[in-house]
Design a binder for this molecule. Structure first.
Ligand SMILES: Cc1cc2nc3c(=O)[nH]c(=O)nc-3n(C[C@H](O)[C@H](O)[C@H](O)COP(=O)(O)OP(=O)(O)OC[C@H]3O[C@@H](n4cnc5c(N)ncnc54)[C@H](O)[C@@H]3O)c2cc1C
Length: 340
């Protein structure tokens, strides 16, 4: 098949990282001169599926104290992402982003990370310690800050729509490797961005099946979804558990813990109207996400951006900005080499 002349950047993945990165590429002048195509086997308009993390997400913003290089980098991405979400929420209410008060109640082993008052945590907008009557009995650490929540389906629909209106292309395809994206029928692919969630056979990748940290190390979180999207009551954190079905016993336990922490969420008969169970796999990676350029033996580049685990929404724009910068640098290097 004849290749179209225009050089193409192929983005693998239509999760929140693939969509944000593709939009960033199509909106920034250094990269918008190229054709951008998203290649993925799951999109946000498909029915929920545990393998596609994005539409199973809470999804809310929760600053995490930076205690190592991974959480430091995530904190930096989260800070930039926070500003972008604030701007988007003001510009486009239909995107399903809502700002609200966020409250952390922490006990157990994680308490020391919070009482250390790390700058990336205490500098969160609206941060204030909760003490005295504002701190529930038995809770070791309590704080409030300005947070936001997102309805993932609505939000991703708008990202995809915006991408297509700007001329972006979409292909539904299952790839066997990231390199395969250089050989898309009809496209002259010069660079590949790998936002595939787990990567391709990366031995460092693993999943967490599906936040107050309780004394016993478990988590409880309650996240109201914008646009009448219900309230998420969660959650479990089961490393390397591939079971795709929800457990009624776990549902009952989560609802009871949620009602204990925040009695205001029960209905008039003291129970819950359950809309659905959400089972999702957070695409995690030992040592944190892979965010780097790989140069292949034939000098072509793959920009990897996968393995973000449970923080893909709240870090998405910071990561997308880094992807766009790495793509720009790689394409400039390529042009220089072609001239030699
Ligand atoms: C229950 C739950 C609650 C969560 N809560 C939050 C929260 O409150 N805040 C937050 O920030 N994050 C939260 N997350 C995490 C968040 O959902 C993820 O970090 C984020 O969705 C990861 O996005 P991604 O684009 O990297 O991967 P994914 O969403 O998994 O998307 C991967 C994409 O790559 C494509 N792909 C993969 N392999 C191939 C292949 N071989 N061929 C073609 N295409 C391929 C897929 O089709 C898909 O389009 C939560 C997750 C879960 C499960």
């Amino acid at each position: 098949m004849e290749l179209r002349g225009q050089e193409t950047i192929a983005v693998i993945g239509a999760g929140v990282l693939g969509l944000s990165s593709a939009l960033e590429l199509i909106e920034k002048p250094q990269t918008s001169k190229h054709q951008i195509v998203i290649v993925a086997d799951h999109f946000s308009t498909d029915p929920p599926n545990p393998v596609y993390s994005t539409t199973n997400a809470g999804a809310h913003y929760r600053p995490v104290p930076a205690i190592n290089t991974q959480t430091e980098r995530e904190g930096e991405h989260a800070a930039r992402t926070y500003s972008r979400f604030k701007k988007l929420a003001a510009e486009e209410p239909a995107m399903g982003i809502e700002f609200m008060e966020g409250i952390d109640y922490v006990s157990g082993a994680a308490t020391a990370n919070y009482t250390a008052m790390k700058p990336n945590y205490v500098n969160s907008e609206g941060f204030r310690l909760l003490e005295g009557t504002e701190k529930p009995q038995g809770v070791k650490f309590a704080a409030r800050y300005d947070s936001f929540t997102v309805d993932p389906e609505t939000y991703c629909f708008h990202l995809l729509r915006r991408f297509r209106l700007k001329g972006g292309k979409i292909l539904r395809l299952t790839l066997q490797s990231a390199e395969e994206a250089f050989r898309l029928d009809g496209y002259n692919v010069a660079l590949v961005v790998n936002c595939s969630g787990m990567g391709f056979g990366d031995p460092k990748s693993f999943i967490i099946r599906v936040a107050q940290q309780n004394e016993d190390g478990t988590w409880t979180f309650i996240v109201p979804r914008p646009l009448d999207g219900g309230t998420i009551v969660g959650g479990t954190k089961e490393v390397r558990d591939w079971n795709p079905t929800a457990s009624l016993a776990v549902r009952e336990e989560l609802l009871q813990k949620g009602a204990k922490m925040y009695p205001g969420i029960v209905n008039s008969s003291g129970g819950f109207d359950v809309i659905r169970d959400v089972v999702g796999r957070r695409p995690a990676r030992e040592g944190g996400m892979r965010l780097e350029v790989e140069t292949l033996p034939d000098k072509r580049s793959i920009v990897h951006a996968y393995g973000i685990g449970g923080r893909g929404f709240e870090t998405s724009w910071g990561i997308a900005e880094d992807v766009q910068r790495m793509v720009t640098e790689s394409m400039e290097k390529r042009t220089l080499m072609n001239r030699l």
